[in-house]
Design a protein. Structure first.
Lengths: 72, 130
């Protein structure tokens, strides 16, 4: 299931990460430790992201995707 | 002038769970973005790649460490083997058929990183239909 960026931010913050708003362009940045992962945010925090995207985000940060999706 | 050159593979497909949205996935760096057309999705993933390159450069990390899993590469190479090759604009801008027809697009992307701007080129693309 897709999820809104707002909900992804809330869940990601529970893993100690931060979502940084764009300073240029339309991508937010998910940051945890030394890893940065871009998130498209053309509609701001209301942007809907595909389930495929959530899998990539979790893979980038070594997060269990099933547990992550429980937080959405 | 010194510049870094990256040759990357990008797959483009419809989002299975968002109507009217296309996903562009750069397999080399395992980074994705999305847009309302294939071209917009590719343009967006270029922006995402730029963010990855800048962030990894800042911490001395090799962006190729992000590489997507082999299953994603196998899917891409199948599309390249079986797909119809063409110039980027011909493949990416061709009218889109119904949801079952256009399964997969693959774009070979060349990136030239040099201050102050990153330049993206798309020499070839492939289109795979179901």
């Amino acid at each position: 299931m897709p999820a809104r960026l707002r909900d992804i931010r809330r869940a990601f913050e529970k893993y100690g990460g931060t979502i940084v708003e764009p300073t240029s362009g339309s991508h937010f940045k998910a940051v945890r430790g030394s890893i940065t992962f871009p998130l498209p945010g053309g509609n701001g925090l209301r942007t809907e992201l595909s389930d495929k995207y959530i899998h990539l985000l979790c893979r980038a940060f070594g997060i269990d995707v099933t547990e992550f999706k429980r937080l959405l | 002038m010194h510049h870094d050159v990256y040759n990357l593979w990008v797959t483009v497909q419809r989002a299975p769970d968002l109507r009217g949205i296309w996903l562009a996935h750069c397999l080399d760096f395992d980074v994705m973005s999305q847009g309302s057309t294939p071209r917009e999705a590719v343009s967006m993933v270029c922006e995402a790649i730029d963010i990855v390159l800048e962030a990894d450069r800042a911490v001395g990390r090799d962006p190729y460490e992000r590489r997507a899993p082999e299953s994603d590469w196998a899917e891409m190479f199948e599309a390249v083997r079986e797909g119809e090759p063409g110039a980027f604009a011909d493949v990416i801008d061709r009218p889109i058929g119904d949801e079952d027809e256009d399964r997969f697009l693959v774009v070979a992307l060349e990136i030239f990183v040099r201050a102050p701007a990153t330049e993206f080129r798309t020499p070839v693309a492939f289109r795979q239909s179901a």
